[in-house]
Design a protein around this ligand. Structure first.
Ligand code: ATP
Ligand code: MG
Length: 343
C-alpha cells in the first residue's frame, strides 16, 4: 500500500572518512563558512566533504525533502545532483580552481498539486545552505504581479518583483501567461526582456524558477529560446499514482495528529479512485481538501455523539467521515441519509 520511497534524495550521502583513511583536511573551516575566504589548499591535499558545514545542512534539507514528499523520485534525484554540483564547486574553490558560476535558473513543469511550490521552498533552503543565494526565500509571482495595465507600468512592476526576490528565488507561476503571441503589443514581452537581462550569467542576483503545465511551458520556451537557453535545470513533476496519493494522505493526517481507522483507509482509497476521474482533480491539493472535509464531518459526527469523548475519538477519522463526500453520489450511510456538502 505504501508508495515506494526513493533513497535520501537520490542517495545523497556524504562520505565520512574512517580512522584508517589518510587524514584529509576540512572542506571549509567552520569559522569561515565560505570556501572563497578559506586559504587555498596544496595540490596534494585531501579534502573531506563531510566537514563542509554546507554539506551537512544540505543533507538535512534533502533528508527532509525525502521524508515529507512521497514519490517524485526523478525530482529528488535532480535536486541531489544540483546539490552535488554546488558542493563540488565549493571544494574546487578550496583548491583555487576558478570556474564560471553554475547557472541555476530552472523550470518546474507538472500538473496542479504535484509539489512544485513545495520543492521550490526546499530548493531555496538548499541553494542558501550552499552559499549560492543570500537568503532562503521564495518570492512567488504570477503575470499580474509583473505586467502593468498601462504603457510604462510594466518595467517598474517587474523590477519591484525582482528587487523583492533579490538574493533569493523568484518563482513565476504559470509563466506562459507572460507570452501572448496573439497580441503583439502585450506588455508580457517587456517582462520577458527584463528577465532575460536579469538572468544573464554571472550577474544574476537571484534564481528564477518558471513553473506551469508541461505542454504550455514547452510552447512558451520554444517561442522564447533566449529564456530557454538560460534555464539550466528542467524538473518534471508527474501526476501521483493512487498509492502515492494514499501515502500523501497518511502523511498529511499524521502531521495534524489524525489517523484513518482501517475501514476509513479503504474508504479513502475508493474516494480517490472516483475523485481522480473527475474534473479539476489536483493531485495532493485535492487530497488536502478532501481531508479537510473529512475533518469537518468528523467534528459534526463527534458533536452529535452526545457523550464524553476519548482521545481516540478525537484522533480517528472513520469511514462515515469519508463516505459523506458528494463524490459517492447517492450512496446511503448505514444509519440513514446525511446532508452532503459539495465535494
Ligand atoms: N509528494 C508529496 N508528498 C506529500 N505532500 C505533498 C506532495 N506533493 C504535494 N504535497 C502537498 O500538497 C499541497 C500542494 O502542493 P504544492 O502547492 O507544492 O503543489 P503545486 O504543484 O505548486 O500546485 P499548483 O500547481 O496548484 O500551484 C501542499 O500542501 C504540499 O505539501
Ligand atoms: Mg504552486
Amino acid at each position: 500500500m505504501a508508495a515506494e520511497r526513493s533513497g535520501a534524495a537520490g542517495g545523497f550521502r556524504l562520505h565520512r572518512p574512517g580512522a584508517e583513511d589518510p587524514r584529509p583536511v576540512r572542506a571549509v573551516p567552520p569559522e569561515s563558512g565560505s570556501p572563497a575566504v578559506a586559504e587555498v589548499l596544496d595540490d596534494g591535499a585531501l579534502l573531506d566533504l563531510s566537514t563542509d558545514i554546507a554539506g551537512n545542512d544540505v543533507e538535512e534539507v534533502l533528508t527532509r525533502l525525502d521524508a515529507e514528499l512521497v514519490g517524485l523520485a526523478n525530482v529528488k534525484l535532480r535536486v541531489g545532483e544540483i546539490a552535488a554540483l554546488l558542493l563540488i564547486d565549493r571544494a574546487r574553490q578550496r583548491f583555487g580552481l576558478l570556474a564560471s558560476r553554475p547557472t541555476m535558473h530552472m523550470s518546474f513543469t507538472g500538473g496542479p498539486g504535484t509539489g512544485k511550490t513545495t520543492v521550490a521552498l526546499r530548493m531555496a533552503e538548499m541553494l542558501h545552505a550552499l552559499g549560492y543565494i543570500r537568503k532562503p526565500k521564495v518570492h512567488i509571482v504570477t503575470r499580474d504581479d509583473l505586467v502593468g495595465q498601462f504603457i510604462g507600468h510594466t518595467a517598474p512592476k517587474t523590477k519591484e518583483a525582482l528587487a523583492k526576490a533579490a538574493g533569493g528565488v523568484l518563482f513565476i507561476d504559470e509563466a506562459y501567461y507572460l507570452f501572448r503571441p496573439e497580441n503583439e503589443r502585450d506588455y508580457g514581452q517587456e517582462v520577458i526582456e527584463i528577465l532575460l537581462q536579469e538572468m544573464e550569467g554571472e550577474r544574476a542576483s537571484s534564481v528564477v524558477i518558471f513553473a506551469g503545465y508541461e505542454d504550455r511551458m514547452e510552447r512558451f520556451f520554444s517561442a522564447n529560446p533566449g529564456l530557454s537557453s538560460r534555464v539550466a535545470h528542467h524538473l518534471a513533476f508527474s501526476d501521483y499514482t493512487h498509492d502515492e496519493l494514499l501515502a500523501i494522505a497518511e502523511i498529511m493526517l499524521g502531521r495534524d495528529n489524525f489517523r484513518f481507522d482501517d475501514p476509513a483507509r479503504s474508504a479513502f482509497g475508493e474516494y480517490l479512485e472516483l475523485r481522480m476521474r473527475r474534473p479539476r482533480f489536483s493531485n495532493a491539493r485535492s487530497v488536502r481538501n478532501a481531508l479537510d472535509r473529512c475533518r469537518l464531518r468528523q467534528a459534526k459526527r463527534l458533536v452529535e455523539l452526545r457523550r464524553p469523548l476519548t482521545k481516540t475519538d478525537l484522533i480517528t477519522l472513520t469511514d462515515r467521515d469519508v463516505y459523506g463526500s458528494s463524490v459517492f453520489g447517492a450512496t446511503e450511510l448505514p444509519d440513514g441519509p446525511t446532508a452532503r456538502a459539495p465535494d
